[in-house]
Design a protein around this ligand. Structure first.
Ligand SMILES: O=C(O)[C@H](O)CO
Length: 323
């Protein structure tokens, strides 16, 4: 009996994971790096496939789903985010969607705290100065986390993981959060469930971890930037479009807030001539929070593969997005 067919959307998946799939599937890999795969690549290769193994940068819309045909039973992303997927089309066809939230939250939370401290304590600038023989002066001083008010926008798995690391480790004065509804994990930590306006007005550090959906696009906009304290530092590890980036650039250029640490931005990669590239108050990372450790990239890819194998074997899917 021929094996069912599986399409892998890029060539950055660890070989051990590919091997675990090859045992059960006839695997076809699109020989391009993750960010280079286009919708056209999927359209040309997806017909007749049982599964699609992909990453968050690949568009899986109704055309792709229709071109795959009735054989398509599961799509599984190596990321936690799945905003490139047409959820209605997937749901209508009863296709299982898998992601890797179970392996992502902790690693993103670790990186968030690193980015927060690097931004507020000016690590990059003082490092550059030191390597040029310049000693630090008060202009490079920042604000510590002790006694500060931290606000977390969007308390899903990542927001909760960030709070669970920050609250016991630093003597914060207050922990504020927004979410669709109050979260018991946050209440246990003494977190206060507040409105977004209240959060941005009161916080010294604003950490954006929300998922990108139409209601959260530009959740940090010009009006909310205007409510922030002059010492506010904004950290974004969610998606670039959660922040109106032009409004953020204006606020930073006019010194209306103190800084920003961004793992995600619009577009990615950020053009070299973006004003963010040269601002001393900004720390940029190339969207690595959820994937730049060896263990995490391996575990996330294996979990995405396990989601597909579970559908094939009619077993409970370890990390399914409930639609
Ligand atoms: O969604 C995720 O898993 C990350 O943002 C990708 O690195």
């Amino acid at each position: 009996m021929p094996k069912p067919q599986l399409l892998v959307s890029h060539n950055e998946i660890p070989q051990a994971v590919i091997d675990s799939l090859t045992e059960k599937f006839d695997v076809q890999i699109i020989d391009k790096p993750m960010k280079a795969t286009t919708k056209q690549d999927l359209l040309e290769n997806i017909a007749g496939k049982f599964g699609l193994f992909f990453s968050y940068t690949t568009v899986v819309d109704e055309d792709v789903i229709n071109t795959a045909g009735p054989s398509l039973k599961v799509i599984s992303t190596t990321s936690m985010g799945y905003e490139s997927v047409d959820l209605d089309a997937v749901k209508k066809r009863g296709i299982v969607l898998g992601n890797t939230v179970l392996e992502t939250a902790q690693i993103v939370a670790e990186c968030t705290i690193g980015l927060l401290i690097a931004t507020t304590r000016n690590f990059l600038n003082v490092n550059k100065q030191m390597k040029s023989g310049i000693l630090p002066t008060a202009t490079s001083f920042g604000m510590g986390l002790t006694n500060s008010v931290v606000g977390i926008i969007g308390c899903g798995n990542i927001g909760i993981a960030v709070a669970q690391m920050l609250w016991p480790a630093f003597k914060l004065s207050e922990l504020l959060y927004t979410s669709r509804k109050p979260k018991s994990e946050m209440e246990c930590l003494g977190g206060q469930f507040v409105s977004v306006d209240d959060l941005v007005r009161r916080s010294d550090f604003i950490i954006v971890t929300a998922v990108l959906v139409p209601e959260t696009k530009f959740i940090i906009n010009k009006d909310r930037l205007a409510l922030m304290k002059p010492n506010a530092v904004v950290i974004n590890v969610g998606r670039g479009l959660l922040i109106d980036q032009n409004a953020l650039i204006d606020a930073l250029q006019e010194h209306r807030i103190r800084g920003a640490g961004l793992d995600v931005m619009t577009p990615e990669p950020l053009p070299l001539d973006s004003p963010l590239m040269t601002m001393e108050s900004v720390v940029l990372l190339p969207h690595i929070a959820g994937r730049n450790t060896f263990e995490a990239s391996m575990r996330k890819a294996q979990l995405a593969a396990d989601n597909i194998l579970a559908v094939l074997n009619n077993q409970p899917v370890p990390c399914e997005v409930k639609l």
